[in-house]
Design a protein around this ligand. Structure first.
Ligand code: KIV
Ligand code: NA
Length: 265
């Protein structure tokens, strides 16, 4: 196998080869996903929800992201590893943004960082890119701004917001971002953005006209069961299957079926 780089992603777009991306937050899951040939593994700040049980992505800290990222990097041989800069680690000033990105790169061994927003975070993106750290953008529904939006519904349905999104996407490409995520925007708009850029656009709830797809792995495996957006395709129902396994184990322990004679020393 060949290691996936930021350059391979641009080439994949040029060759009209779709890019596959999933989240991972730990070594074991990263190993499974990487071995199966996924191109990009995102250590998302969705770890705040999925791993820590918070209602939003805001509480997760830079130290916690670095812990997750290091665990993932140790499980990956092939995929490009992208790590989210968490809320509060890059918004206040570009120097702090660079310091945060450097900590992720040095302490976890990850390859790239991702951050949310367009023109608002332009100087931070520039500064991080100047240090040689590849940056992935993230536009549309940006969960770190959930209290500004007030809801997790589709973004950029109105012309003003759609125009700002298109300008921001173009700006991210011009700055030198290697790719960007578009989350929960109309498919037609997402396709228009993807067609207008040479860098790959990875969609989540952004339709089929983009250059790749990303899902939260726990959602895709059906480990979560209360989160049911239209864009989510579940490939397993692990919430049920794991529940059944736990139920059986519980019964076997109580009934003294486990361990049997062969399962002891
Ligand atoms: O944190 C995350 O999982 C993400 C993806 C949904 C794009 O940012
Ligand atoms: Na994220």
């Amino acid at each position: 196998y060949k290691r996936v780089t930021v350059k391979s992603l641009t080439e994949m777009k040029a060759n009209a080869e779709k890019i596959s991306m999933l989240t991972a937050y730990d070594f074991t899951m990263a190993k499974i996903i990487d071995s199966a040939g996924i191109d990009v593994i995102l250590v998302g700040d969705s770890a705040s929800n999925v791993m820590a049980g918070h209602e939003t992505t805001l509480p997760i800290t830079l130290d916690q992201m670095i812990y997750h990222a290091g665990s993932v990097v140790r499980g990956v041989d092939r995929a490009l590893v992208v790590v989210d800069l968490p809320f509060g680690s890059y918004q206040s000033d570009p120097k702090e943004a660079l310091r945060s990105a450097i900590r992720i790169m040095k302490e976890s061994g990850a390859h790239t960082v991702k951050l949310e927003g367009g023109s608002e975070v332009k100087d931070s993106i520039k500064r991080i890119l100047n240090a040689g750290i590849p940056v992935m953008g993230h536009l549309g529904l940006t969960p770190q701004s959930i209290y500004k939006f007030g809801t997790y519904t589709v973004r950029a349905k109105e012309e003003a917001e759609a125009n700002k999104l298109k300008e921001d996407a173009l700006m991210l490409e011009k700055l030198g971002c290697f790719a960007l995520v578009l989350e929960k925007v109309p498919a037609a708009l997402a396709q228009q953005v993807a067609d207008s850029l040479t860098i790959p656009v990875i969609g989540i709830g952004a339709g089929s006209g983009v250059d790749g797809q990303v899902l939260v792995s726990h959602d895709m495996f059906g480990m979560t069961h209360e989160f049911n957006p239209r864009f989510l395709r579940r490939y397993m129902n692990l919430y049920e299957d794991m529940g059944k396994a736990v139920d059986q184990y519980n019964k076997d322990v109580k009934s003294k079926d486990f361990p049997n004679d062969d399962e002891q020393y």
